[in-house]
Structures are given as C-alpha cells and as structure tokens.
Design a protein around this ligand. Structure first.
Ligand code: SF4
Ligand code: SF4
Length: 448
C-alpha cells in the first residue's frame, strides 16, 4: 500500500480555528490565566498531538484511533479497564498490526495513533510497529505506566516518531500510587519516565483515574502534574469495566462527579497544564452553564468546539484481537478487522453510525437533553449499567430525573461511602472481592 503523508496541522484551516476556539472558550469559562504561557511552553509540541482535532471532547482530542497492542502488562492495576496481565493467544500478529496501521492511515480523519495496552512497551515488536506507523505519517503517542522508560528508551521512542508519552499517575503520593498500581516502586519508575520524557523533548501527558479512593488526593495530584511540566492532564473517571468492575463501589456517584467538574474548573484557573475530563462529559455543560450559556445560538456555537463524549465520533479503540470498539469503556464491538476492513466497520456498522447520530438516537434523559451535542453522556457508563450504549448516563448531575426510576433496571448497588475509604483497606477489599457481576451491572440511575 502506498504510504500516506499525514495532513499538515493547518489542513483544513477550519480545524485550527476550532482548536483555538475550543481552548479560548474553555479558557474564558474557567478564567484560565496561564493560557498564553501554556501556548508558549507547549503550543508547538502539542500541534502533532492535536493535529486533526475538531475542538475538545472526551479523551482530549476527538478524531483519533487507539490500539490496545497487547493485554500483557508488567503491573496489575486495580482499575485496569483492559484486565491486563498476560498476552492473549489471539492478539494481532505483527503483519496484521501493520495492515491495521495502513488502514488507519488511509482514513483522512486520523493523524495520530495512540498505542496502549496492557503496557505497550512489553510487546516484543513494538518498535517495528512504531516505525511502521511513523513511516505511514501518523504521529505516535504512547499510553504507558512509565515503568519501562529510562532515558535511553525515551530517546528511542522519540526516534520512532513518538510525540507524546501519556504516563499514568493515580496520586502524587508514592504509597497510594503503588497501592493502586499493585507494585511497590512503580511511582519512582514513573517519575524516572517523566524526567526522561522531558529530556528527550517528548510532550508529557499525565493520565489519572479518579475514584472514591483517591478523591481527597486529586488537588495535590493536579499540582503535581503542573509542577512536573505536563502539557496535558487527562482526568479519567473510573468506569466499572474490566478490573474496574470489581471496585464499582469506588466509581464516582453524581455528587462526586459534580465535585470533580468543580475541581477541574477551579484548578484550571491557575494551572499551567490543560486539564480535560475523561468519562465525565458533563464537564462541558457544567462550564457552559457556569458561563450563562444554556441554549440558543451560543449553545449551538459551543457545539462546534465542545464535543463531550467522542465514542464513535472520531474516537475508536481497536482491541488486541482486532475487535473495533467506540471507546475502551464501551465494551461493544462494531466488527473485527480480521473479517472486515477497518473502514467498513468504522463507517458502516450500526453501532458506530448510531453513536455518530446520537442527537437522534440517545434515550432517556440524554435523549431529551439540550446538551446532547456538547456532552452526550458517557456511553461506556451507560452501557455498563444498562447494557445499552445509547441509554442515559446514570451519573449525570446536570439534569435531574423528575420521574421515578424506570422499572426493570435491576438492583441498586449500594452508594459508596462519601468518607473516602482508606486506600489500603480498599486495596485489600479489591483482592478479596469477586467481580460485582460477571455480566452487566445494573444500578438505579438516581443513585447519589
Ligand atoms: S442528560 Fe445526558 S447529555 Fe444531558 S447533561 Fe446529562 S449526561 Fe449530558
Ligand atoms: S464513552 Fe465515556 S470515556 Fe468513552 S469517549 Fe465517551 S465519555 Fe469518554
């Protein structure tokens, strides 16, 4: 296949206006004072990462594919959505992976490729794959636990077209991070990766998963990301999928979800990094309401640059075995690339088309909501609790349900303690507990 050169960041120019417009609107609504400083420090290195973005949405920059290259991992984090550990027997081979990369590069919408896992760096042929996507013109991004990145590795990654290392931290406190990561010393190794990443001139992104367990430590974590020189902080929220299903009780209920939006917007004011929520698309209507935008033309215009949930609307997640999901948290496949072309699945499957047309397709509160373009609810959470990726998001704090809970939604899962449980106890509990429900969990949507 003829190698494709990725489109320059200014093509088409409308994308640049949207990227700038989204940052300006977010900056205006949060009162972000350090935006000019951020532009000077990180603007240039962020260009390949944001290349192709149509504004802001969940997982930072909609319009990008993520490939879970392997389920193998050297850690066993308590919240891992991929339930990583050992590589599965049916993972895509090197040749199949290269074929996938070529197909992704052929989609004009995509200019980046995010490698994730498991831990992508434990895959033996990772550098062959990175080189292939680099040659195909895609900017490589690595989502990593950081434990394997020393200085030599960081420079090798840079040489293989890696423009951003997204390193996970669950707390600025080493013992809490190590507890969540299930391995002593992983914080120190991740810190080594931070230093090496900056030394190699790769953009540093920090990924965090907010859970009841680490909620009290998040303000400190945001300060830590700031002082580490991160250009981007993605604030994930625990979604009860994968190993996260075992700790469903630590997912954020409505009040905690609202608190997280408040915290992000408050911290953004003085932060030197961009903080963007993942699995918390209510942040965007929260910001707009804070700025007095609730409908009409201003909301329509905001919908040009704020996109909320990006599942299936540019964001796509290829599993290690070639299944094509709209997001790592939406555990539904549109098809497998061993049986169909990526293009056919991405453009032709009912799942992806329904998500693309969510304004007509969403159900429940999300279906009636004026914010379904700028928010759309977390489709992963909707699916985790109802089995339907188009159902309402049960943790929405923006719109209140004025009618009784729908019948047939099953049992209520006990509301998590608002006194955040001790992390060690939580960890022990995690090891003892079986999955809450090996099938789909169900909870009443009006849990607080
Ligand atoms: S009802 Fe759905 S679309 Fe509306 S704000 Fe809540 S989660 Fe978002
Ligand atoms: S499903 Fe949830 S995590 Fe995935 S893109 Fe949508 S809001 Fe984000």
């Amino acid at each position: 296949m003829k190698q494709k050169k990725v489109n320059a960041f200014y093509r088409p120019p409308s994308l640049l206006f949207r990227q700038l417009g989204s940052a300006l609107l977010m900056g205006y609504l949060t009162g972000w004072r350090s935006f000019p400083g951020w532009l000077l420090r990180h603007g240039f290195s962020s260009m390949p990462v944001a290349n192709g973005a149509r504004g802001m949405g969940c997982i930072g920059y909609p319009g990008h594919p993520v490939w879970e290259v392997t389920g193998a991992c050297n850690l066993r984090c308590i919240h891992c959505h991929a339930t990583s550990g050992q590589a599965a027997a049916d993972e895509l081979s090197t040749d199949e992976g290269k074929k996938l990369i070529d197909q992704l590069a052929a989609e004009s919408e995509f200019r980046t490729l995010i490698y994730t896992g498991g831990e992508p760096l434990v895959r033996p042929d990772i550098f062959e794959l990175l080189r292939h996507s680099q040659k195909a013109g895609l900017a490589n991004i690595i989502a990593t636990n950081g434990t394997l990145i020393d200085e030599e590795m960081a420079f090798k990654l840079k040489d293989h077209g890696v423009v951003c290392n997204a390193i996970s931290f669950d707390a600025a406190n080493p013992s809490i991070h190590d507890m969540v990561r299930n391995k002593a010393g992983s914080f120190d190794l991740a810190m080594r990766a931070v230093v090496a990443t900056k030394k190699a001139g790769i953009l540093l992104q920090i990924n965090t998963t907010a859970m009841e367990y680490n909620m009290p430590h998040l303000p400190e974590l945001i300060d830590f990301a700031d002082s580490s020189g991160a250009g981007i902080l993605l604030m994930y929220q625990l979604v009860a999928v994968g190993r996260g299903e075992k700790i469903e009780k630590a997912t954020l209920k409505k009040t905690a979800n609202k608190y997280l939006s408040e915290l992000i917007s408050l911290k953004q004011k003085t932060a030197k990094t961009i903080i963007e929520p993942v699995a918390g698309p209510q942040y965007w209507p929260f910001l707009l309401e804070k700025g007095g935008i609730r409908g009409g033309l201003p909301l329509k215009l905001a919908g040009q640059v704020f996109h909320g949930c990006s599942a299936g609307r540019g964001f796509v997640y290829v599993k290690a075995n070639g299944d094509v999901w709209p997001c790592p948290f939406v555990e539904v496949s549109g098809g497998n690339i061993r049986g169909k072309s990526f293009h056919d699945i991405y453009t032709g499957s009912t799942l992806f088309n329904d998500l693309r047309r969510r304004e007509e397709k969403l159900k429940g509160l999300c279906g009636e909501c004026p914010y379904k373009t700028v928010c759309g609810g977390c489709r992963g959470r909707a699916h985790a609790y109802s089995g339907d990726p188009l159902a309402e998001d049960p943790r929405c704090f923006i719109r209140e349900r004025s009618r009784p809970a729908e019948k047939g939604l099953g049992k209520t899962i006990k509301t998590c303690s608002s006194e955040h449980p001790d992390i060690e106890a939580a960890y022990r509990d995690t090891r003892r507990r079986p999955a809450t429900n090996p099938g789909r969990m169900r909870a009443l949507p009006d849990e607080q």
